[in-house]
Write a protein that binds this ligand. Structure first.
Ligand SMILES: Cc1cc2nc3c(=O)[nH]c(=O)nc-3n(C[C@H](O)[C@H](O)[C@H](O)COP(=O)(O)O)c2cc1C
Length: 186
């Protein structure tokens, strides 16, 4: 089966670099599937790229059990696109990193999910059964609404752990596969 090229944009906020690191692993996963990926910090948004992408993946660290203030500002800035239905029908997914094991990451993913639903996007979760709770295990945090990673308030050089980063890789490959599936009508 031949696939036409698909494009994905990953939009994130990451004051301390952990969420950015996760974004790069998601991007690598999608690139492994021959999807074109643009990784974008919300401080430098290219709106044309977002409008033209087939899918958008949104990522924010957990701040006070919520997306960061800057990420919320990004969300609010899309209101004209919401009105014009610019992103309706695009694939959407979310990811979040926090210091704490829980860190109330679920609330962050729910906010991102609701944002995507307001835009009429098609949500893709993380259908990956957890393989354990060790730092090397896939989906050790057992998130299904989206990708959860944890950095333990440790330096970005050593966190998130290997299992979380490999889960990010898997997530990127999965979202890429969903893009192809949407395109082929299967
Ligand atoms: C203002 C602020 C609020 C935070 N709130 C939470 C929180 O609610 N739960 C949590 O687990 N970690 C919390 N943290 C830790 C961050 O989630 C963690 O440092 C972040 O994921 C790092 O992401 P980044 O490196 O991409 O900036 C908070 C950090 C800051 C600075």
């Amino acid at each position: 089966m031949s696939h036409s090229p698909r494009s994905l944009a990953i939009v994130y906020h990451s004051p301390f670099g952990h969420t950015a690191k996760v974004a790069e692993f998601i991007a690598q996963g999608a690139q492994n599937m021959q999807v074109q990926v643009q990784v974008m910090n919300i401080e430098q948004i290219d709106w044309d790229v977002l409008d033209q992408a087939d899918g958008l993946i949104f990522g924010s660290p957990a701040y006070m059990g919520s997306v960061t203030g800057a990420f919320k500002l990004f969300m609010d800035t899309t209101s004209k696109r919401w009105k014009d239905r610019t992103w309706q029908g695009k694939l959407a997914a979310g990811f979040t990193n926090s210091g704490g094991l829980s860190g109330d990451k679920l609330a962050v993913l729910q906010q991102i999910n609701l944002f995507a639903m307001q835009h009429g996007m098609l949500w893709a979760g993380l259908p990956l059964m957890p393989t354990g709770i060790q730092p090397t295990d896939l989906n050790r945090l057992a998130g299904f609404l989206g990708l959860m990673t944890q950095s333990d308030n440790a330096p970005v050089e050593i966190t998130p752990p290997e299992g979380d980063l490999n889960t990010a890789l898997w997530f990127g490959e999965y979202i890429a596969a969903m893009l192809y599936r949407l395109n082929s009508g299967q």
